[in-house]
Design a protein around this ligand. Structure first.
Ligand SMILES: Cc1cc2nc3c(=O)[nH]c(=O)nc-3n(C[C@H](O)[C@H](O)[C@H](O)COP(=O)(O)OP(=O)(O)OC[C@H]3O[C@@H](n4cnc5c(N)ncnc54)[C@H](O)[C@@H]3O)c2cc1C
Length: 457
């Protein structure tokens, strides 16, 4: 009998397994996919010029210490996000504004002041400790900012934040959930920043998945069972038995479940989770959070003075950044196709998905029909909702009212079953750092619990 069985080899599951092992517990991991990393997936380019990050990519060396410790430990190389140049805002299909990166678009004075007011209000709320109020949990983010007097363009900007941060519309998440998310992640401004003060500061030259592979090596390949989707989790009081879809059984004194809570209902868990836990987890949704990565032979947009960043209310791409690694001759634009535009886009067939993205890039950067914009060397279009073992991204979002109503049970152990995942993190929730933070916490919980009930074996 194992001390701990971890379900899922994403960042949180791997960290939980490693920390439990370090504390002297015998540990194994069962992972559905044939790879480790979960929503971190670095795919080698056919051109040999590095990797495409289909999932998470950005980190920060000073704000995200757990990730950074692994970067140093595994000797990984990073690049800082390139910021120089002109950014573009596409307000409708036919109107675009150019502006120096890092500055608000040239709106009217009233609109600029209104944006600053709403942004500063949310920033201030997100720096307050503790859970937001139940009242703010029962109102959508959209309604909340309209109640504060957001002008139409500013409400659109807030919707862009919801799309780019969570893959949903601002009508689909509560104001409290949004503010709490910002609170756990050092405030709205840190989440939005692309420089050393924020979450989009650095990227990996050879893929973020190298961290998962590194932790997996520490855990030991013999302890990680890939290609093993779990079908059922059965609590027996003294231990838990976990059965995979192909009928293998793993017995362990404690089980750590690291899959997103939205997916718990896909497992047969006996006895069922307590009613409040089931209600809150059944109520969560995962966003439409997709990437199209368009790789070119050279960064042609830079010669036109653009830095590759654009935001769009019109879509389908809602935000894009230059994700080149110049030293590797890798030149790419990573386009986020999220929220409602992403939902619509994901229904297109792959060649149509790629065509609309390339056309939008060309329009944004004023490239004509003969431009290099239309001659990418590789294109990826990753729809996370289509992934059987992810069902969307970034992290599960509570139903309106549930964040405050179920705060006392959400993520708390149930018998021998413990829950980890970036969604439960108190720091950098939704990020790789959050997944590691939650994995450490889950391991601490089981170590404490195992100490209290010494093994009879
Ligand atoms: C497009 C995109 C962009 C992102 N950008 C960033 C970024 O720039 N920076 C950042 O820090 N983060 C980013 N993230 C978020 C980051 O990837 C996640 O926060 C983090 O990887 C979540 O880790 P996790 O362990 O909580 O969950 P997951 O990675 O989802 O791990 C869960 C694991 O459980 C496995 N599993 C599922 N079902 C079963 C089953 N039945 N049996 C066994 N195993 C199962 C899955 O295969 C998976 O390996 C991004 C994510 C996406 C998708």
């Amino acid at each position: 009998m194992l001390d701990v069985l971890v379900i899922g080899a994403g960042f949180s599951g791997l960290q939980a397994a490693y920390s439990a092992q370090q504390a002297g517990l015998s540990t194994a991991v069962v992972e559905a996919r044939d790879r480790v990393g979960g929503k971190i997936w670095s795919v080698p380019l056919a051109s040999g010029r590095g990797y495409a990050e289909l999932g998470g990519a950005w980190i920060n060396n000073s704000l995200q210490p757990r990730v950074w410790k692994y970067v140093e430990r595994f000797g990984l190389e990073v690049v800082t996000q390139r910021l120089e140049g002109t950014a573009v805002m596409q307000e409708t299909q036919d109107s675009r504004l150019e502006f120096p990166f890092g500055v608000s678009p040239d709106w009217s004075e009233a609109e600029k002041n209104n944006l600053a007011y709403i942004r500063d209000h949310i920033q201030a709320e997100s720096l307050k400790p503790g859970l937001p109020s139940a009242q703010d949990d029962n109102v959508s983010l959209d309604q909340y900012v309209r109640n504060l007097g957001a002008l139409p363009k500013v409400a659109n900007m807030v919707n862009l934040w919801a799309r780019v941060m969570h893959g949903v519309e601002s009508t689909e998440e509560s104001a409290a959930w949004f503010i709490d998310y910002c609170c756990r992640n050092k405030g709205l401004l840190a989440i939005r920043a692309d420089d050393s003060t924020g979450g989009q500061y650095m990227r990996f030259k050879d893929g973020a998945q190298s961290i998962a592979e590194g932790i997996a090596r520490l855990v030991g390949a013999q302890n990680i069972h890939l290609g093993s989707p779990v079908a059922s989790v059965n609590e027996h009081g003294s231990h838990v038995s976990v059965v995979t879809r192909d009928g293998r059984t793993f017995n362990a004194r404690k089980c750590i479940l690291s899959i997103p809570s939205t997916m718990y209902k896909e497992l047969s868990i006996t006895p069922g989770l307590p009613q409040p836990v089931q209600e809150v987890t059944d109520g969560t949704v995962l966003g439409d959070y997709n990437k199209a990565i368009v790789c070119y032979d050279r960064p042609w947009w830079r010669s036109e003075g653009f830095n590759g960043y654009f935001a769009s209310y019109a879509g389908p791409v809602i935000l894009a950044r230059d994700t080149s690694v110049d030293e590797r001759n890798h030149f790419s634009l990573t386009c986020f196709v999220n929220g409602q535009p992403g939902r619509d886009w994901s229904k297109l067939c792959p060649h149509e998905r790629r065509a609309v993205v390339i056309k939008q890039i060309a329009k944004i950067f004023k490239a004509d029909a003969n431009s290099e914009a239309f001659r990418p060397i590789e294109v990826f279009d990753q729809v996370w909702k289509h992934e059987e073992f992810s069902r969307g991204a970034l992290a599960p979002i509570h139903a309106l009212g549930h964040l405050t109503k179920y705060a006392s049970v959400y993520g708390k152990p149930v018998g021998n079953l413990h829950f980890v995942g970036t969604e439960y993190s108190t720091e950098w929730k939704g990020y790789m750092e959050g997944a590691l933070c939650s994995g450490e916490r889950g391991a601490r919980e089981v170590v404490e619990a195992v100490k209290k009930v010494p093994s009879k074996l």
